[in-house]
Design a protein around this ligand. Sequence first.
Ligand code: TRP
Length: 451
Amino acid sequence: MGNNDIKSRAVFASRFAAVATTVGSAVGLGNIWRFPYEAGVHGGGAFMLCYMAFVFLIGVPVLYSEFFVGHITGSNVFGAYRKLAPRGKWQLTGYLGIAASLMILSFYSVVAGWTIEYCVASAFGQLDFSDGVHGQFESLTMGWRPVMWTVIFLFCNTLILLRGVTKGIERVSNIMMPLLFVLLVSFCIHSFSMPGFGEGISFLFKPDFSAITPGVLLGAMGQAFFSLSLGLGCMMTYASYFKKGTNIGKTAMSTALLDSAVAVLAGIIIFPAVFSFGISPQAGPTLVFEVLPAIFTQLPGGYVWSTLFFLLLFLASITSTVSMSEISISYFCDEKGMSRRRATLLSSAIALAGGLLCALSFGPLSDFTIGGMTIFNLLDYVASNVFLPIGGFVVSVFTGWVVNRSYLRQHFSVYGSKSPLLMNVMLLFLRWVCPVAIFLIFLNSIGLLNI
Ligand code: TRP
């Protein structure tokens, strides 16, 4: 994937295929694991409200601009910025994207590793609740064990990339993702019967406005970027494969709707259970992995449900990590002239080193903290809350201010709506709303501004 092979670029057959693939990248652990854990830590309703606002007010325009830049240039981040602004230094943000993608890949692989372990444990009937909900997570993720699962996950990811079967994986996931959706809806219905349903729902949906702190705003913005796979140029690369004439505005909107729907479903499943089982919503990254098995054991045929669920979650994760890995691989190939094989092995090796540190930060390295955060939390925090929004800031300023307006106008009338109003609204967002909002949230969170 990169600017060398533009001529031989495959294109997606239809808008459905475009949506399915971008949704494949967007839907992953970010929705099902990260959203409930962040919402729990940041007070539920307040976080949900901010997250939704950011998805639609910042996420959709930034997604639009990534699509736009990728689609008209047919390139990865470096090539795209260079083609549109040859003398600018815009492509420097590509480095930020590479750093962020490798950081995310590191901690993501650990969580995806837990997913495989839970899937295997469920298949062999080994999910055991004799120690209560916490004991379950601890017994499965003690000491060095997560390291093994992280390695296994990265191995699968590398194999897919090396064999060039990402298209195959996407085809599988196009069938499996709707199934995951159906499964989530069924669990969601089951949630209604939980004793903690009312409490869980009001925790998630009733915003306490006084709880909207700078930390909540920053966390919700980071989550919106993370969940929509924004800020790294992932979506830019994907859009370079869109068929001519794809309506990218609609594609951006459908992606955001589907992605946030999955996050909300996950919230409706997790929080009623959190209150029913008396778990603290603030448990952090382990929250979902403590709560889900407790739900499954209550269901008739729980092991079957749970095996299937974790299998689907694993597939959802791997479509996301494949998209993340492409960022550094296409850089090593296109900019450094490496073979694809070497590039893949190099980026996997870096992710492996990071992944080991993250895996151990739940065990032997749990006391090693920087600024009160373990390595796992630190990588997650910096990449999601700082690097991704910077990438989003740059792409929206670039599209709003630098790209020739007539380009945008022409593109809008061919690939989007004919209405000039819609384009002007989009421009307003790209020029002012997104950059200013991102900037203010940053200032606010480092304490320079008190909203
Ligand atoms: N959005 C994915 C998820 O929710 C993760 C992901 C894939 C991602 N590609 C990305 C996050 C690029 C940030 C940037 O699981």
